[in-house]
Design a binder for this molecule. Structure first.
Ligand SMILES: [Zn+2]
Length: 136
């Protein structure tokens, strides 16, 4: 058998023991975690995600997914977390606008419309935001 991309030694199934299997699984997990960390830390798109999650932890899913049982709302939470949304920080990317010029089109702050501005700071969303926090 040829050596693969993971640089594992040749597998001879005759001599494959449970101990060796555990060892190889551990190596693959370590490689995956390193790849995951490198991808997350070097992505300009996953800035918000990187703010909240900078270490790899396997399931269970993050607690915020338990806030609602509605699948559609859970999808929206996940989409927001991975920056799959319509805020200018993302749509500006499609329009090839530099990051610093992806300004909030709703208010006159001349600030980049990114996730924390949308959730916390933009004054145009304050009424909706206040209603949301009163529900909690
Ligand atoms: Zn704004």
């Amino acid at each position: 058998m040829e050596q693969g991309a993971y640089n594992f030694p040749c597998f001879d199934l005759t001599y494959l023991t449970n101990t060796k299997i555990k060892h190889y699984v551990g190596l693959m997990q370590q490689k995956y975690i390193l790849h995951w960390q490198h991808t997350i830390q070097n992505s300009t798109k996953l800035t918000l995600f990187n703010t909240f999650k900078n270490d790899y932890t396997p399931p269970p899913p993050p607690p915020y997914l338990g806030l609602t049982s509605k699948l559609s709302k859970r999808k929206e939470q996940v989409k927001f977390r991975i920056c799959n949304h319509k805020l200018r920080i993302e749509t500006g990317r499609y329009d090839q606008i530099t990051r610093v010029n992806r300004l909030c089109p709703i208010c006159e702050s001349k600030q980049v419309e990114e996730e924390s501005r949308f959730l916390i700071y933009c004054n145009k969303y304050s009424i909706v935001r206040n209603k949301f926090y009163k529900k909690k």
